[in-house]
Design a binder for this molecule. Structure first.
Ligand code: GZL
Ligand code: ZN
Length: 322
Protein backbone atom coordinates (compact mmCIF):
# COMPACT_ATOMS: atom_id res chain seq x y z
CA UNK A 1 0.00 0.00 0.00
CA UNK A 2 3.00 2.28 0.70
CA UNK A 3 4.19 1.95 -2.91
CA UNK A 4 0.66 2.42 -4.19
CA UNK A 5 0.08 5.53 -2.13
CA UNK A 6 3.61 6.58 -3.10
CA UNK A 7 2.69 6.21 -6.76
CA UNK A 8 -0.55 8.07 -6.18
CA UNK A 9 1.45 10.69 -4.33
CA UNK A 10 3.95 10.89 -7.17
CA UNK A 11 1.18 11.22 -9.75
CA UNK A 12 -0.39 13.94 -7.58
CA UNK A 13 2.94 15.77 -7.34
CA UNK A 14 3.76 15.70 -11.04
CA UNK A 15 0.12 16.74 -11.50
CA UNK A 16 -1.56 15.61 -14.67
CA UNK A 17 -1.71 18.12 -17.51
CA UNK A 18 -4.55 20.66 -17.26
CA UNK A 19 -6.48 20.91 -20.50
CA UNK A 20 -7.86 24.37 -21.26
CA UNK A 21 -10.28 25.03 -24.12
CA UNK A 22 -10.06 28.71 -25.17
CA UNK A 23 -12.69 30.23 -27.45
CA UNK A 24 -11.12 33.42 -28.84
CA UNK A 25 -13.15 36.12 -30.66
CA UNK A 26 -10.97 36.21 -33.74
CA UNK A 27 -7.92 38.09 -35.04
CA UNK A 28 -9.59 41.41 -35.87
CA UNK A 29 -7.08 43.73 -34.20
CA UNK A 30 -3.55 44.17 -32.86
CA UNK A 31 -5.06 44.08 -29.39
CA UNK A 32 -6.59 40.69 -30.10
CA UNK A 33 -3.29 39.35 -31.41
CA UNK A 34 -1.51 40.42 -28.21
CA UNK A 35 -4.32 38.88 -26.16
CA UNK A 36 -4.03 35.54 -28.00
CA UNK A 37 -0.24 35.62 -27.59
CA UNK A 38 -0.62 36.17 -23.85
CA UNK A 39 -2.98 33.20 -23.52
CA UNK A 40 -0.81 30.90 -25.67
CA UNK A 41 2.42 31.73 -23.82
CA UNK A 42 0.77 31.29 -20.42
CA UNK A 43 -1.01 28.01 -21.21
CA UNK A 44 2.00 26.41 -22.88
CA UNK A 45 2.98 22.75 -22.64
CA UNK A 46 6.16 23.69 -20.78
CA UNK A 47 3.95 25.41 -18.19
CA UNK A 48 2.06 22.13 -17.78
CA UNK A 49 -1.01 22.86 -19.90
CA UNK A 50 -2.69 21.47 -22.96
CA UNK A 51 -4.31 24.48 -24.68
CA UNK A 52 -7.00 23.95 -27.31
CA UNK A 53 -7.26 27.32 -29.08
CA UNK A 54 -10.21 28.19 -31.32
CA UNK A 55 -10.44 31.38 -33.44
CA UNK A 56 -14.14 32.14 -34.06
CA UNK A 57 -13.57 34.80 -36.75
CA UNK A 58 -15.86 37.14 -34.79
CA UNK A 59 -18.86 34.80 -35.16
CA UNK A 60 -20.83 33.80 -32.06
CA UNK A 61 -22.04 30.57 -33.64
CA UNK A 62 -18.43 29.48 -34.02
CA UNK A 63 -17.78 30.18 -30.36
CA UNK A 64 -20.83 28.16 -29.33
CA UNK A 65 -19.64 25.26 -31.53
CA UNK A 66 -16.15 25.49 -30.00
CA UNK A 67 -17.56 25.34 -26.45
CA UNK A 68 -19.61 22.26 -27.37
CA UNK A 69 -16.46 20.73 -28.80
CA UNK A 70 -14.56 21.44 -25.56
CA UNK A 71 -17.38 19.77 -23.59
CA UNK A 72 -17.15 16.71 -25.85
CA UNK A 73 -13.39 16.58 -25.27
CA UNK A 74 -14.00 16.84 -21.51
CA UNK A 75 -11.53 19.69 -21.03
CA UNK A 76 -10.74 20.72 -17.47
CA UNK A 77 -11.56 24.42 -18.00
CA UNK A 78 -13.30 26.48 -20.66
CA UNK A 79 -12.13 30.07 -21.21
CA UNK A 80 -14.42 32.29 -23.28
CA UNK A 81 -13.63 35.71 -24.74
CA UNK A 82 -17.19 36.51 -25.88
CA UNK A 83 -17.65 38.46 -29.12
CA UNK A 84 -20.88 40.03 -27.81
CA UNK A 85 -22.69 39.99 -24.46
CA UNK A 86 -25.93 38.16 -25.22
CA UNK A 87 -26.88 34.62 -26.33
CA UNK A 88 -24.70 32.49 -24.03
CA UNK A 89 -27.15 31.02 -21.48
CA UNK A 90 -27.85 27.75 -23.29
CA UNK A 91 -24.28 26.70 -24.05
CA UNK A 92 -22.98 27.82 -20.66
CA UNK A 93 -25.71 25.70 -19.05
CA UNK A 94 -24.41 22.73 -21.07
CA UNK A 95 -20.90 23.37 -19.69
CA UNK A 96 -22.32 23.63 -16.18
CA UNK A 97 -24.22 20.34 -16.63
CA UNK A 98 -20.91 18.78 -17.75
CA UNK A 99 -19.33 20.23 -14.57
CA UNK A 100 -16.67 22.14 -16.52
CA UNK A 101 -15.86 25.54 -14.97
CA UNK A 102 -16.09 28.47 -17.39
CA UNK A 103 -13.92 31.59 -17.10
CA UNK A 104 -14.97 34.70 -19.04
CA UNK A 105 -12.16 37.02 -20.19
CA UNK A 106 -12.10 40.52 -21.71
CA UNK A 107 -15.67 41.35 -22.80
CA UNK A 108 -18.58 40.34 -20.57
CA UNK A 109 -21.51 37.96 -20.98
CA UNK A 110 -25.02 39.05 -20.06
CA UNK A 111 -26.58 35.89 -18.57
CA UNK A 112 -29.69 35.35 -16.42
CA UNK A 113 -27.74 33.36 -13.82
CA UNK A 114 -24.15 34.32 -13.06
CA UNK A 115 -23.44 30.86 -11.64
CA UNK A 116 -23.02 29.94 -15.32
CA UNK A 117 -19.44 31.21 -15.06
CA UNK A 118 -16.83 30.91 -12.32
CA UNK A 119 -15.16 34.29 -12.83
CA UNK A 120 -14.64 37.20 -15.25
CA UNK A 121 -11.50 39.29 -15.70
CA UNK A 122 -11.25 42.27 -18.04
CA UNK A 123 -11.39 46.01 -18.41
CA UNK A 124 -13.80 48.66 -17.23
CA UNK A 125 -14.79 49.87 -20.70
CA UNK A 126 -17.11 52.63 -19.54
CA UNK A 127 -14.32 54.04 -17.38
CA UNK A 128 -11.97 53.91 -20.37
CA UNK A 129 -14.43 56.02 -22.32
CA UNK A 130 -14.94 58.42 -19.41
CA UNK A 131 -11.18 58.99 -19.12
CA UNK A 132 -10.92 59.71 -22.86
CA UNK A 133 -13.89 62.11 -22.84
CA UNK A 134 -12.68 63.93 -19.73
CA UNK A 135 -9.34 64.34 -21.46
CA UNK A 136 -11.07 65.84 -24.55
CA UNK A 137 -13.11 68.21 -22.39
CA UNK A 138 -9.92 69.57 -20.80
CA UNK A 139 -7.98 69.57 -24.07
CA UNK A 140 -10.72 71.49 -25.90
CA UNK A 141 -10.73 74.11 -23.14
CA UNK A 142 -6.94 74.40 -23.13
CA UNK A 143 -6.97 74.88 -26.91
CA UNK A 144 -9.96 77.23 -26.86
CA UNK A 145 -11.83 75.02 -29.33
CA UNK A 146 -15.03 76.97 -30.09
CA UNK A 147 -16.88 73.75 -30.92
CA UNK A 148 -16.39 69.98 -30.84
CA UNK A 149 -17.88 68.35 -33.95
CA UNK A 150 -17.24 64.67 -33.23
CA UNK A 151 -17.89 61.40 -35.04
CA UNK A 152 -17.82 57.97 -33.34
CA UNK A 153 -16.40 54.93 -35.14
CA UNK A 154 -17.84 52.27 -32.87
CA UNK A 155 -16.53 48.79 -32.11
CA UNK A 156 -18.42 45.57 -32.80
CA UNK A 157 -22.00 46.36 -31.81
CA UNK A 158 -22.97 44.48 -28.67
CA UNK A 159 -19.42 43.92 -27.47
CA UNK A 160 -18.79 45.20 -23.93
CA UNK A 161 -15.93 47.39 -25.18
CA UNK A 162 -18.29 49.07 -27.67
CA UNK A 163 -21.13 49.42 -25.18
CA UNK A 164 -18.97 51.05 -22.51
CA UNK A 165 -16.95 53.34 -24.76
CA UNK A 166 -20.04 54.49 -26.67
CA UNK A 167 -22.06 55.07 -23.49
CA UNK A 168 -19.30 57.25 -22.02
CA UNK A 169 -19.16 59.32 -25.22
CA UNK A 170 -22.94 59.79 -25.40
CA UNK A 171 -22.99 61.03 -21.80
CA UNK A 172 -20.05 63.41 -22.41
CA UNK A 173 -21.68 64.79 -25.58
CA UNK A 174 -24.79 65.54 -23.52
CA UNK A 175 -22.88 67.05 -20.60
CA UNK A 176 -20.51 69.21 -22.68
CA UNK A 177 -22.76 70.29 -25.55
CA UNK A 178 -20.59 68.62 -28.21
CA UNK A 179 -22.02 68.01 -31.69
CA UNK A 180 -22.13 64.25 -32.30
CA UNK A 181 -22.43 64.22 -36.09
CA UNK A 182 -22.37 60.46 -36.76
CA UNK A 183 -22.00 57.11 -35.02
CA UNK A 184 -21.27 53.90 -36.97
CA UNK A 185 -19.54 50.60 -36.31
CA UNK A 186 -16.05 50.03 -37.63
CA UNK A 187 -16.09 46.40 -36.34
CA UNK A 188 -12.76 47.07 -34.52
CA UNK A 189 -10.96 46.58 -37.85
CA UNK A 190 -8.68 48.87 -39.87
CA UNK A 191 -10.44 48.25 -43.18
CA UNK A 192 -13.89 48.99 -41.86
CA UNK A 193 -12.59 51.97 -39.88
CA UNK A 194 -11.15 53.48 -43.07
CA UNK A 195 -14.37 52.84 -45.01
CA UNK A 196 -16.54 54.44 -42.32
CA UNK A 197 -14.26 57.47 -41.97
CA UNK A 198 -14.33 57.97 -45.76
CA UNK A 199 -18.12 58.03 -45.78
CA UNK A 200 -18.30 60.37 -42.77
CA UNK A 201 -15.88 62.79 -44.46
CA UNK A 202 -18.14 62.82 -47.51
CA UNK A 203 -21.15 63.67 -45.35
CA UNK A 204 -19.58 66.30 -43.07
CA UNK A 205 -16.90 68.93 -43.75
CA UNK A 206 -16.76 70.24 -40.18
CA UNK A 207 -15.52 67.15 -38.30
CA UNK A 208 -12.75 68.18 -35.88
CA UNK A 209 -12.61 65.07 -33.65
CA UNK A 210 -12.99 61.36 -34.41
CA UNK A 211 -13.51 58.94 -31.48
CA UNK A 212 -12.15 55.57 -32.63
CA UNK A 213 -13.15 52.75 -30.30
CA UNK A 214 -9.86 50.91 -30.97
CA UNK A 215 -6.42 51.45 -32.54
CA UNK A 216 -7.07 49.54 -35.78
CA UNK A 217 -10.06 51.76 -36.54
CA UNK A 218 -7.81 54.75 -35.83
CA UNK A 219 -5.19 53.48 -38.29
CA UNK A 220 -7.91 53.24 -40.94
CA UNK A 221 -9.41 56.62 -40.07
CA UNK A 222 -5.99 58.31 -40.33
CA UNK A 223 -5.55 56.80 -43.83
CA UNK A 224 -8.95 58.10 -44.86
CA UNK A 225 -8.39 61.59 -43.42
CA UNK A 226 -5.03 61.98 -45.18
CA UNK A 227 -6.45 60.59 -48.44
CA UNK A 228 -9.15 63.26 -48.25
CA UNK A 229 -6.44 65.94 -48.12
CA UNK A 230 -7.04 66.76 -44.45
CA UNK A 231 -4.55 66.68 -41.59
CA UNK A 232 -4.43 65.03 -38.16
CA UNK A 233 -2.47 65.95 -35.03
CA UNK A 234 -2.51 68.80 -32.50
CA UNK A 235 -2.36 71.50 -35.19
CA UNK A 236 -4.33 69.56 -37.79
CA UNK A 237 -7.92 69.56 -38.99
CA UNK A 238 -9.00 66.45 -37.03
CA UNK A 239 -8.00 65.09 -33.61
CA UNK A 240 -7.93 61.27 -33.62
CA UNK A 241 -8.80 59.65 -30.28
CA UNK A 242 -8.21 55.93 -29.77
CA UNK A 243 -8.20 52.97 -27.35
CA UNK A 244 -5.94 49.91 -26.85
CA UNK A 245 -2.44 51.48 -26.62
CA UNK A 246 -1.02 48.83 -28.96
CA UNK A 247 2.60 49.23 -30.11
CA UNK A 248 1.55 50.95 -33.34
CA UNK A 249 -1.05 52.95 -31.42
CA UNK A 250 1.60 54.33 -29.09
CA UNK A 251 3.93 55.07 -32.03
CA UNK A 252 1.10 57.06 -33.66
CA UNK A 253 0.49 58.87 -30.36
CA UNK A 254 4.19 59.81 -30.24
CA UNK A 255 3.85 61.37 -33.70
CA UNK A 256 0.53 63.03 -32.84
CA UNK A 257 -1.44 61.20 -35.54
CA UNK A 258 -3.34 59.86 -32.54
CA UNK A 259 -3.82 62.63 -29.98
CA UNK A 260 -4.93 60.50 -27.01
CA UNK A 261 -4.84 56.72 -26.49
CA UNK A 262 -6.64 55.18 -23.54
CA UNK A 263 -5.07 51.96 -22.32
CA UNK A 264 -6.85 48.63 -22.66
CA UNK A 265 -4.57 45.93 -21.36
CA UNK A 266 -4.59 42.65 -23.40
CA UNK A 267 -2.27 40.58 -21.18
CA UNK A 268 -4.95 38.39 -19.61
CA UNK A 269 -3.05 35.07 -19.74
CA UNK A 270 -1.53 35.35 -16.25
CA UNK A 271 -4.80 36.69 -14.82
CA UNK A 272 -6.76 33.71 -16.18
CA UNK A 273 -4.06 31.34 -14.92
CA UNK A 274 -4.37 32.80 -11.42
CA UNK A 275 -8.12 32.10 -11.50
CA UNK A 276 -7.50 28.51 -12.63
CA UNK A 277 -4.93 28.00 -9.86
CA UNK A 278 -7.49 29.21 -7.31
CA UNK A 279 -10.11 26.83 -8.69
CA UNK A 280 -7.56 23.98 -8.66
CA UNK A 281 -6.93 24.73 -4.99
CA UNK A 282 -10.66 24.70 -4.25
CA UNK A 283 -10.70 28.45 -3.64
CA UNK A 284 -13.39 30.83 -4.88
CA UNK A 285 -11.99 33.47 -7.27
CA UNK A 286 -13.29 37.04 -7.34
CA UNK A 287 -16.42 37.01 -9.55
CA UNK A 288 -15.40 40.13 -11.49
CA UNK A 289 -11.83 41.49 -11.50
CA UNK A 290 -11.19 44.81 -13.26
CA UNK A 291 -7.75 45.58 -14.64
CA UNK A 292 -6.10 48.94 -13.74
CA UNK A 293 -5.43 51.01 -16.87
CA UNK A 294 -3.85 54.38 -17.74
CA UNK A 295 -4.26 57.05 -20.41
CA UNK A 296 -1.58 58.24 -22.83
CA UNK A 297 -1.46 61.48 -24.83
CA UNK A 298 0.55 63.43 -27.38
CA UNK A 299 1.77 66.55 -25.62
CA UNK A 300 1.22 67.56 -22.02
CA UNK A 301 -1.84 69.79 -22.29
CA UNK A 302 -3.80 67.66 -19.82
CA UNK A 303 -2.01 66.46 -16.68
CA UNK A 304 -4.70 64.22 -15.21
CA UNK A 305 -8.36 63.35 -15.44
CA UNK A 306 -10.68 62.86 -12.49
CA UNK A 307 -13.54 60.35 -12.73
CA UNK A 308 -15.93 59.90 -9.80
CA UNK A 309 -13.35 61.32 -7.42
CA UNK A 310 -10.41 59.22 -8.63
CA UNK A 311 -7.54 60.97 -10.42
CA UNK A 312 -5.78 59.28 -13.35
CA UNK A 313 -2.39 60.64 -14.40
CA UNK A 314 -2.11 61.31 -18.14
CA UNK A 315 1.20 59.95 -19.46
CA UNK A 316 2.75 62.03 -22.23
CA UNK A 317 4.12 59.70 -24.92
CA UNK A 318 7.73 60.69 -25.48
CA UNK A 319 10.55 58.69 -27.09
CA UNK A 320 11.22 56.73 -23.91
CA UNK A 321 7.60 55.71 -23.34
CA UNK A 322 7.26 53.94 -26.67
C1 GZL B 1 -11.23 45.26 -25.50
C2 GZL B 1 -11.41 44.27 -26.61
C3 GZL B 1 -11.55 45.00 -27.91
C4 GZL B 1 -10.34 45.85 -28.23
C5 GZL B 1 -10.32 45.71 -29.71
O1 GZL B 1 -10.94 44.58 -24.31
O2 GZL B 1 -12.58 43.49 -26.42
O3 GZL B 1 -11.68 44.03 -28.94
O4 GZL B 1 -10.49 47.18 -27.82
C6 GZL B 1 -10.60 44.23 -29.86
O5 GZL B 1 -9.10 46.03 -30.32
O6 GZL B 1 -10.96 43.92 -31.15
ZN1 ZN C 1 3.50 67.52 -30.93
Amino acid sequence: SEAASGETEAAGNTGDVITVGFSQVGAESDWRTANSESMKSTFSTENGYNLIFDDAQQKQENQIAAIRNFIQQEVDYIVLAPVTESGWDTVLQEAKDAEIPVIIVDRMVNVSDDSLYAAWVGSNFKLEGQKACEWLKQYAAAKNMSEVNIVDIQGTIGASAQIGRTEALNEAVEANGWNLLAQQTGEFTQAKGQEVMESMLKQYDNINVVYCENDNEAFGAIEAIKAAGKTVGPDGDILVMSFDTTKQGITDTLSGDIIVNTECNPLHGPRVEQIIKQLQAGETPEKQAYVEEGIYAHGSDVASVSIDGTDYEVTEVTQDVV
